[in-house]
Design a protein around this ligand. Structure first.
Ligand code: PLP
Length: 424
């Protein structure tokens, strides 16, 4: 996550005692926005100052059906008063049903339930390592290929997979066995396969944390074909893109791909912590009893919440509406490029970004707060938009007209000058 560092204690939007406790007792690994939130309903959240904000961040693609959706709240309440926890020593109906629904929605595989996106990716990594280790003659270790500027999580294995040296540097040495190639560089990918044994390719179909970098369909297909040719696993990280955000159950389905492993988290349990690795294809029978586990993973309450989320994902017309709403948002962003205020717009479904040229994206996030809108900047250049999937036209227009007014108030001569977009 990237956002701006602020002194929350000095801001009237944060209760002074909360600011003091936060500053003293919470490990300062996050750059906070200067806002304390107390409640939410639909696309709106309410701050401690009593002000209502329109949320185009959704807790980073988590509250995809808006805050406190009644169907999700009811599922959590019912299950919480029935059985909260029993561990994975026993089976439960919510977990078994959720596994079958996720399997049917993805690649027909079997599901491991974890508690976060990073943990879901850990499963993918362990599957790839075990499978290639077992196949390797004399223990020759195979590599996992990921993309430059990718983001797969903060645990040591997923940080090692993440293609961002600046995030890895404080924790060096990170785990070996990962090779990174530039987004879209098919020749580099082919060279890795020629040079060494590859256990798997792990990719985000859209690089969310790096600013909604779209990976070309041709590159994704070439990666899948190389994996098939060399008996490596093709694994997709859909932690941010999955479950409707990109206008399909999974973004990869828009490109007709068939991954062996798909990971998902974020919106899966509607705001409760849950991740899942859907392990199918050539990977399905790799992990056996004792290979992996989680005390909390797939517990009854999160599983019930996730079943409620899947009801909404499967709701009539969702993907059509996501595409329509995404196009409407893009309709506000594209003129910013035409009018010289931005240099690039990227979008898949309702996952969108614009690269600004005259003003810092982080400054625009702060200005949006004054206008009672929550936005997210992935860098000083890029604004990322992750509105609820059931956002209304009027809400999109409110954000679009704020941006048009805010950016046209910035004179070109005062600007930062055109910068290269982040896309491939
Ligand atoms: C594509 C992707 N993978 C993995 C993660 C890590 O998920 P978590 O923070 O739940 O561990 C993220 C989080 O932003 C993500 O966007």
């Amino acid at each position: 996550m990237s956002c701006t560092v602020h002194e929350t204690s000095a801001d009237p939007r944060v209760s002074p005692d909360v600011a003091t406790l936060d500053a003293r007792y919470v490990l300062p690994t996050y750059a906070r926005n200067p806002l304390e939130l107390v409640s939410g309903a639909g696309a709106e959240v309410v701050g401690a100052d009593g002000v209502q904000y329109l949320d185009f961040v959704t807790g980073l693609s988590v509250s995809n059906f808006g805050h406190c959706h009644p169907h999700i709240v009811a599922a959590i309440q019912t299950q919480a008063s029935t059985l909260i926890h029993c561990s994975n020593l026993y089976v439960t109906r919510p977990q078994a049903e959720l596994a079958s629904r996720l399997s049917a929605m993805a690649n027909g595989g079997r599901v491991f339930f974890a508690n976060s996106g990073a943990e879901a990716n850990e499963v993918a990594i362990k599957v790839a390592k075990k499978r290639s280790g077992a196949a390797a003659e004399g223990g020759a270790s195979a590599v996992i290929v990921t993309l430059d500027r990718s983001f797969h999580g903060r645990t040591m294995a997923t940080l090692s997979a993440t293609g961002q040296p600046e995030k890895q540097a404080p924790f060096a040495p990170v785990l070996g066995g990962f090779v990174h190639v530039a987004v879209g560089d098919q020749a580099a990918l082919e060279a890795v396969f020629r040079r060494q044994k590859v256990a798997a390719v792990l990719m985000e179909p859209v690089l969310g944390e790096s600013g909604v970098v779209l990976v070309r369909e041709g590159f994704l297909k070439a990666a899948q074909a190389l994996c098939e040719e060399h008996d490596a696993l093709f694994m997709l990280d859909e932690v941010q893109t999955g479950l409707g955000r990109c206008g399909a159950p999974f973004a990869y389905q828009r490109f007709g791909l068939s991954p062996d492993v798909v990971t998902v988290a974020k919106t899966l349990a509607g705001g409760l912590p849950m991740g899942a690795a859907i392990v199918g294809g050539r990977a399905e029978n790799v992990l056996v009893a004792g290979d992996h586990g989680s005390t909390f993973g797939g517990g009854p309450v999160v599983a019930a919440a996730a079943n409620a989320v899947l009801d909404l994902v499967e709701g009539d017309g969702l993907f059509h509406r996501v595409e329509e709403a995404g196009a409407r948002l893009e309709g506000w962003l594209t003129p910013l490029v035409e009018r010289g205020m931005a240099c690039e717009v990227r979008r898949l479904g309702l996952m969108a970004a614009v690269d600004l040229v005259r003003v810092s994206a982080k400054q625009v996030v702060l200005d949006a707060l004054e206008a009672r809108i929550l936005l997210n900047a992935t860098s000083d250049v890029t604004l990322r938009f992750l509105p609820p999937l059931n956002v209304s036209d009027e809400q999109i227009d409110r954000v679009g007209s704020f941006l048009a007014a805010r950016l046209s108030a910035e004179p070109p001569e005062k600007g930062l000058g055109p910068r290269k977009g982040l896309d491939e």
